[in-house]
Design a protein. Structure first.
Length: 408
């Protein structure tokens, strides 16, 4: 396949927001557009979601303080084997499973943040017990630095405002972390992700009126949390005001424009992708006319009893004869990448496969191994029997594995 043929195929390019990718002078997207001017570039939605969440952390004073507190607790135990061992003893005394505090953020983005919050609440009684013991401990084995930090942690984590608003933050992150995982999947189109994000914003607004799972648990007892007495004054009016401020700021960071695929949108797409569609034998000039027919098909599918949101597979089956050209435009849009998470996984996988001990692997072998790792079914769903039989029948083998297994 020639270089010219290769660059007539791509229609979309997804990447993170780094300047090396999106730079207007020499970024990857700019260089690709030099070969294919009609290429449509998208900013990875998983990165945008993470950047939006980090934006509210920087803009909201509580979020900033709470994130710094979680990171400080992680460093307190990560950098000291003695503190970890003492926390293990506290977990055993409190009757909870030991979980080492994890770092907020990291390579897993919002799911990593959710893991850190879950660990905090799971070992909360043991943490408070360890902080209290360390703050009053005396002797040569206790450093003044660790003791001072433990006193600060004890004061902050036993604050009523920290517990209630921290529980609300956990409900928010729990909602966003599900969206982040959906975006990182390669199964969904940008249109589906935008629709999911809009419903998520509605869910976040509802959390200010109807407490989520974690906040409901924290509100059961106003004076204590998991048996630990709380300090400070923090009433329901203050809580609701802070919750609304947090959600409004997050909504402003994540809100997207309303994507209505009407006549003007189809005309715009028709002008932009017209040359690509015509090279594939599609009559782009009739796409506008067929769009009205396609809307009728979608409405008829939605009117079925019981009511059901139509899938694109159903739409293609019913409308492939009446409006084939506009469906090719839809197919092109569905092929646009919503996220660059697959590329991120590919970079990590390359490091695992082509290690120091396997540095002489050729590019074709690395490509084959990466394809197997990324696109093969899960181990639980994989049936190795056909592969074993093919391997056994390809030439004469000294070991008859199938006969042994059958005899057993």
């Amino acid at each position: 396949m020639t270089k010219q043929t290769i660059f007539t195929k791509p229609v979309g390019f997804g990447s993170d927001g780094a300047s090396v990718m999106t730079g207007c002078k020499s970024g990857v997207s700019t260089r690709l557009k030099g070969e294919q001017p009609l290429l449509f570039t998208l900013h990875c939605m998983a990165h945008r979601l993470e950047l939006g969440f980090k934006g509210i952390i920087g803009a909201n004073s509580f979020m900033s303080t709470f994130t710094e507190l979680l990171f400080a607790i992680y460093n307190f135990y990560h950098s000291s084997a003695l503190n970890r061992e003492n926390l293990k003893s506290s977990c055993a005394a409190a009757g909870v499973k030991f979980l080492a505090p994890s770092r907020v953020g990291g390579t897993r983005w919002l799911p990593h943040t959710m893991l850190a919050l879950k660990k905090l609440w799971n070992i909360y009684p043991a943490l408070m017990q360890h902080f209290e013991q360390l703050s009053i401990a005396t002797g040569a084995g206790v450093s003044t630095d660790s003791q001072a930090k433990a006193k600060g942690f004890l004061k902050k984590v036993s604050s009523k405002r920290t517990i209630l608003l921290g529980s609300f933050v956990t409900d928010v992150v729990d909602t966003l972390h599900d969206v982040s995982l959906a975006i990182q999947s390669s199964c969904y189109s940008p249109g589906y992700i935008i629709k999911t994000l809009k419903s998520t914003l509605n869910t976040l607004q509802a959390l200010t009126e109807r407490p989520g799972h974690y906040l409901t648990s924290a509100l059961k007892d106003e004076s204590s949390f998991m048996g630990v007495p709380l300090s400070g004054k923090y009433d329901a009016v203050q809580l609701k005001a802070d919750m609304k401020c947090l959600v409004d700021g997050l909504t402003a960071q994540l809100e997207t424009e309303d994507a209505t695929f009407g006549n003007q949108d189809v005309a715009l797409l028709q002008r932009h992708f017209g040359p690509i569609l015509e090279n594939c034998g599609v009559d782009a000039s009739v796409a506008q006319t067929e769009w009205d027919l396609l809307k009728d098909v979608v409405y008829s599918l939605k009117a079925k009893v019981p009511p059901k949101e139509p899938e694109w597979v159903d739409v293609f089956k019913k409308a492939q004869d009446s409006c084939p050209n506009v469906l090719q435009l839809v197919d092109l849009l569905l092929s646009l990448p919503a996220s660059s998470a697959d590329c991120e996984r590919g970079f990590s996988l390359t490091k695992v496969i082509k290690s120091v001990w396997r540095s002489r692997l050729r590019d074709t072998m690395v490509t084959d191994l990466m394809t197997i790792q990324q696109h093969s079914p899960e181990i639980a769903d994989f049936d190795p029997t056909p592969s074993i039989l093919r391997w056994k029948g390809s030439c004469k083998r000294r070991l008859s594995l199938c006969s042994k297994s059958s005899s057993e």
